[in-house]
Design a protein around this ligand. Sequence first.
Ligand SMILES: NC(=O)c1ccc[n+]([C@@H]2O[C@H](COP(=O)([O-])OP(=O)(O)OC[C@H]3O[C@@H](n4cnc5c(N)ncnc54)[C@H](O)[C@@H]3O)[C@@H](O)[C@H]2O)c1
Length: 401
Amino acid sequence: MRVAMIGTGYVGLVSGTCFADFGHVVTCIDKDAAKIARLQQGVMPIFEPGLDLLVAQNVAAGRLSFSEDAAQAVREADAVFIAVGTPSRRGDGHADLSYVYAAAEEIAGLIEGFTVIVTKSTVPVGTGDEVEAIIRRVRPDADFAVVSNPEFLREGAAIADFKRPDRVVVGTGDARAREVMTELYRPLNLNESPLLFTARRTSELIKYAANAFLALKITYINELADLCEVVGADVQHVARGIGLDNRIGSKFLHAGPGYGGSCFPKDTLALVRTAADAGAPVRLVEATVAVNDARKRRMADKVEQAVGDLAGKTIGVLGMTFKPNTDDMRDAPSLEIIPALQARGARVQAFDPEGMAEARQLLRDVDFRAGPYDVAEGADCLASSPSGISSGRSTSTGSSS
Ligand SMILES: NC(=O)c1ccc[n+]([C@@H]2O[C@H](COP(=O)([O-])OP(=O)(O)OC[C@H]3O[C@@H](n4cnc5c(N)ncnc54)[C@H](O)[C@@H]3O)[C@@H](O)[C@H]2O)c1
């Protein structure tokens, strides 16, 4: 099959490369000219374990290419994926769909023959209807189907997640689109990964329902961690004690400084807004958002409790991204915790194995060090969650992003 991937970020680049590795012919497209130029030279714009090798292999095999221009790839495509960002809209927390709609307009002008337009971006219920309406408005004559296919990969384990997913969710009522999607994911039959076909709106909601549930689970163990500290219990043992119960499961039960990253914060908020607008509020998710926000802010208090007045103290921070094995700093708890420490007069020295370049752009007045031992040197206190100051510690244990 021929695939055009619109948006070559964490999701688009990994998905496009894995589809090429499945044997399809894929063009990854991005508006960011510098990103495309780097990819054409074999330089990865993100850190993701194993990605550089997989990209190189599929480029060499002639199945994967990169372009700034969508025209040719979209014209020839059986399936066009939309994998652009859907950040929180400033001010109200709704998902900002402007990139998705702009991509839909652009695609509409280009498609030829029956084409499946697949929304891989995380989008609120009903977005597929709007994408369909946009394409129909621009091209009343076009033969196409709009499908929802949310992505569940985790940064840091993205390739394995894409190639061995717990499930693939596809939302469509169109028989031809169903055939195309089945063909695209055919190699997953070997891994016996279930392909779950459902209605488009249901598929859109499944993604938010999954992320909110995982955020809620992290927040639950975080609140229990606070209780453990007060009553003299060990949260690691509590997590193990409840996680061994199959009905609960051990994943996403690692207490930390609050969840962060490019998905959970914006997706929980977007679900809260969607549900409120629909008149069916999700109170548990509302509480999760509030508890998590407060938790990040309270982390500086915990450091102060440990070392006393922070004025003039040196705090070493180990890890700044929201979890290990990624350079993604979006909504990382460290972005709130480090400034809170500085506001109380602390000097901060920090290291992250992958996120230094990103962190330098986002954090001010931090003494960036060359390695973890340099961070320890001269520090009054070292701040880190079990594997960095990052989030709900989901890398080795979670199954979603
Ligand atoms: N990052 C994750 O772990 C993850 C996991 C699952 C789902 N998602 C969802 O996938 C979507 C993409 O996330 P991401 O982290 O890959 O975002 P990203 O910001 O890393 O990448 C988006 C890319 O799209 C490009 N773009 C925007 N508009 C474009 C257009 N019209 N034409 C071509 N390129 C365009 C941007 O330049 C950027 O490179 C979001 O909806 C996100 O919620 C992300």
